[in-house]
Design a binder for this molecule. Structure first.
Ligand SMILES: Nc1ncnc2c1ncn2[C@@H]1O[C@H](COP(=O)(O)OP(=O)(O)OP(=O)(O)O)[C@@H](O)[C@H]1O
Length: 453
């Protein structure tokens, strides 16, 4: 071994240790440990990864961290190049070439977990309490009581947060059990790669030997036939073995278009839980919790009374937007040296507040439609079937579907606990009628404009 390679290894060992703190030890094992530092030329470091998948993932998620780590270890690099190494690595912590066959589940199969997405950091309120309880139940382990756990809900309501929390908790409680967490997109990507490289048997074997399989955003496989087929078999094999499966999606299984019926019905076999849109109390709770952690980052900054209540009241779209607004307030206040009060909030969040203003709620729609047709709101959401009430009700259902991001089951709930198929029927009916009935089409346009105003 030459001096030069020894030095290179020293640099890499030091950088790799530093990265462990930065990315967390699970991510380190999965993504950093398999890498090698091939060499440094001028200001460019050559990083060797054992597979294309790892190489792509690391480039997308850890390039900046690796650059920082190398600088920290005394190598002033500004650029990285990646290559897939075929030769056995000299200092590999996990040498693939040493293994007689691949370990049943390679750590790199699992996507990295965000260390902030834990149960401790998840604020529980009425809209998410069932999803939270079910997620906790799965994370605790023991006999599998529902399989799969299917979590669904609109954008930014905490699905991924709960998925990561389950995976982290299982790994912490039972480090020996293999938890595989990945998005449906990664599942497809790996499957296609296995087809290309003729390693489908390894692929099957790897998936079928996990204890807990977690697939995020499963709606992604809709319309992708071979991936669906493979997913179906993987799913069945794991359920047969009594292994836990957790799935998330942006809508209920029955509502995912272009998903095979047999998969839909499989997904509905376990516990299907909806993360409801947040209510005021939950938003306020989340803001308070995030404020506590931001105070740690921005020492000396505090939030004046009334600001969090104002935000919880005005930003109702989703938690991601709420979080982003609060972060922006802290960053802005620290930059301009002002306190976080109502004035600063109005100055800093003009755009966010304006776009929230444009949001229409199902309640607004119902109220407006009831007024327009001169019927009582209670009748609009009630059970009467006379045409003079049933038709306006369908108009309101149609507008709710068109003008809000709420799912059909969610709309059904707001219309006196109706089934999502009833809502779908109502929406279609109005679509059809509008094509032939001008006065109804005009009514709908009028209502829409009034609601948007
Ligand atoms: N109840 C909650 N408590 C604390 N943070 C939350 C809660 N719900 C959501 N968040 C935060 O909101 C952000 C968005 O959540 P997450 O990424 O889990 O959404 P999602 O439902 O997976 O949405 P998408 O479908 O867009 O990926 C995250 O930063 C998450 O930590």
């Amino acid at each position: 071994m030459t001096d030069e390679t020894r030095t290179m290894q020293d640099v890499w060992v030091q950088a790799s240790d530093w990265l462990r703190d930065r990315v967390g030890s699970n991510n380190h094992t999965a993504w950093i440990a398999p890498l090698d530092l091939g060499g440094i030329e001028a200001d460019e470091a050559a990083i060797a990864a054992p597979t294309r998948f790892i190489s792509d993932w690391v480039q997308r998620h850890y390039a900046d961290a690796i650059r920082d780590a190398l600088v920290h270890a005394g190598a002033p690099v500004t650029r990285l190049s990646f290559r897939v190494a075929t030769a056995p690595r000299a200092t590999a912590p996990r040498k693939r070439s040493d293994a007689a066959r691949p370990t049943p589940v390679e750590p790199e199969m699992s996507a990295p977990l965000d260390a902030r997405f834990t149960f401790d950091n998840f604020v529980v309120g009425k809209p998410n309490e069932l999803a939270h309880a079910a997620a906790r139940r799965v994370a605790e382990g023991g006999a599998v009581t529902f399989n799969p756990l299917f979590l669904y809900g609109g954008v930014g309501l905490g699905k991924t947060h709960l998925m990561h929390a389950i995976a982290s908790e299982v790994r912490a409680r039972r480090p020996e059990s293999r938890v595989l967490y990945l998005s449906a997109e990664q599942f497809m990507y790996r499957f296609v790669q296995a087809l290309r490289e003729r390693t489908v048997m390894d692929f099957k074997e790897m998936f079928r030997t996990v204890e807990v399989l977690m697939v995020d955003d499963v709606q992604f496989i809709a319309g992708k036939e071979s991936t669906q087929e493979e997913f179906f078999h993987t799913f069945n094999a794991l359920v047969d073995q009594g292994k836990q499966i957790v799935i998330s999606a942006d809508r209920a299984p029955g509502e995912i278009k272009d998903l095979e019926d047999r998969i839909k019905s499989r997904l509905q076999c376990g516990l299907v839980v909806d993360l409801h849109p947040t209510d005021y109390e939950l938003r306020l709770g989340i803001l308070q919790s995030k404020t506590d952690s931001l105070r740690g980052q921005y020492a000396g900054l505090c939030v004046e009374p009334g600001v969090l209540e104002f935000l919880a009241h005005r930003i109702t779209s989703n938690v991601r937007v709420l979080e982003g607004a609060l972060q922006r307030l802290f960053a802005f206040a620290s930059l301009v040296g002002r306190k976080i009060d109502m004035d600063l909030t109005q100055d800093c969040l003009v755009d966010t507040l304006r776009s929230s203003d444009r949001k229409v709620s199902i309640e607004d729609i119902q109220r407006r439609v009831a007024e327009h047709y001169n019927i009582r709101l209670s009748d609009l959401v009630g059970q009467k079937r006379v045409r003079t009430i049933a038709r306006p009700r369908q108009v309101a259902m149609y507008l709710a579907k068109q003008m809000t991001t709420r799912s059909l089951p969610e709309i059904g709930r707001r219309f006196g606990g109706r089934d999502h198929t009833t809502i779908m029927h109502g929406v279609r009916k109005i679509e059809e009628l509008c094509a032939e009935d001008h006065s109804l089409a005009e009514d709908v346009q009028l209502l829409r404009r009034a609601l948007e105003a």
